[in-house]
Design a protein around this ligand. Structure first.
Ligand SMILES: Cc1cc2nc3c(=O)[nH]c(=O)nc-3n(C[C@H](O)[C@H](O)[C@H](O)COP(=O)(O)OP(=O)(O)OC[C@H]3O[C@@H](n4cnc5c(N)ncnc54)[C@H](O)[C@@H]3O)c2cc1C
Length: 292
């Protein structure tokens, strides 16, 4: 065993279905749980030295692992890269923290601006990478700066502008690792913050199939359209491949309806893309990231 990872928590018997909200996926060749920046850098150096591919994982709420698993190293940040610090109207959040924990901490401190994020089931790191957003808010609106390990394994602080946030994207490639971010909020009123969070939570519960495993919206919103509406109008509500299904509650969600496999989900996504393209000449681009 390489010295680089001898002190890092690890396992070679983890099933990826246990680490993603879709609840599918085979074994990871190796899983590492670094507990600080140095260990993250050592983990990457190890992968490079051994010629192994790697991915960084938050809460796995926007990924699809394959049935054959991942023949590389999964660097998991949700377990150990944690911590939230409040400083006036600023809040520093470590990459592995749940976005909902940060939003709740902001609420406790009567800080407004993060209400939109309370119901997004990802980590801060995943939310930064994806520029996660909901109900009119997105990470771009509240990021002051982001601390990143760059492709040269150097620590770098990117301003919000340098992050080049766009719709569900940022400058972060699969060779950058987010380790934390400073969010800038505003002093607010506790009752108003609680009311807004409750309103958004109720909206989610009534519109989204939260009772089934999924990765949220499966496809990005195509310019000038809504993916869910195009899918529904294509007659695909409830469409099934194996145990995977287009949700009847919200056609934008592919759900793990009944012990589906990753292959079921991929075939279903391909069918949906093909049919929507034929009917409406619109290309649906996956929002969920397929990890190969
Ligand atoms: C029920 C449900 C509802 C959802 N609702 C919304 C919503 O309203 N809005 C929305 O935007 N999304 C939504 N999502 C999708 C998802 O929660 C977000 O995209 C979230 O930001 C992903 O965070 P994560 O920690 O789970 O990332 P993961 O799924 O773990 O990773 C996503 C990508 O980011 C990379 N990554 C993760 N952490 C890091 C890091 N620290 N450094 C570098 N790369 C990293 C991964 O390699 C992967 O490519 C929903 C998902 C579900 C299941």
């Amino acid at each position: 065993m390489s010295k680089l990872i001898e002190n890092i928590q690890k396992s070679d018997s983890e099933i990826l279905a246990d680490y993603c909200t879709f609840r599918v996926g085979g074994k990871a060749k190796l899983m590492l749980w670094p507990k600080n920046t140095e260990e993250i850098v050592d983990a990457i150096s190890y992968c490079e030295n051994e010629g192994m591919k790697y991915i960084v994982l938050g809460n796995g709420s926007n990924v699809l692992f394959l049935d054959e698993g991942f023949d590389g190293v999964v660097i998991e940040l949700h377990r150990n890269i944690t911590g939230i610090e409040i400083n006036g109207e600023n809040i520093y959040v470590a990459a592995g923290e749940f976005l909902s924990s940060a939003a709740n901490k902001a609420k406790e401190n009567e800080l407004t601006g993060m209400e939109f994020a309370a119901g997004i089931p990802g980590t801060l790191g995943g939310a930064i990478v994806m520029n996660a957003g909901a109900y009119g808010g997105e990470m771009k609106d509240i990021v002051e700066y982001v601390d990143v390990i760059d492709p040269d394994k150097k620590l770098h602080r990117y301003s919000c502008e340098e992050m080049q946030f766009g719709y569900r994207k940022s400058i972060i490639s699969d060779k950058h690792i987010v380790i934390g971010a400073m969010l800038k909020l505003k002093k607010g009123n506790l009752t108003d913050i609680c009311d807004r969070m409750k309103e958004l939570q109720d909206a989610r519960r009534s519109k989204q199939p939260l009772e089934y495993p999924s990765a949220g919206s499966t496809f990005k919103r195509p310019e000038g359209h809504f993916a869910g509406k195009l899918i529904e109008d294509s007659g695909l509500k409830g469409y099934r491949v194996g145990g995977a299904m287009v949700s009847e509650k919200h056609c934008g969600f592919v759900i793990n309806y009944d012990h589906c496999t990753a292959s079921d989900i991929i075939r279903l996504m391909q069918d949906v893309q093909k049919i929507v393209k034929e009917k409406y000449d619109v290309t649906l681009e996956p929002e969920v990231r397929i990890i190969k």
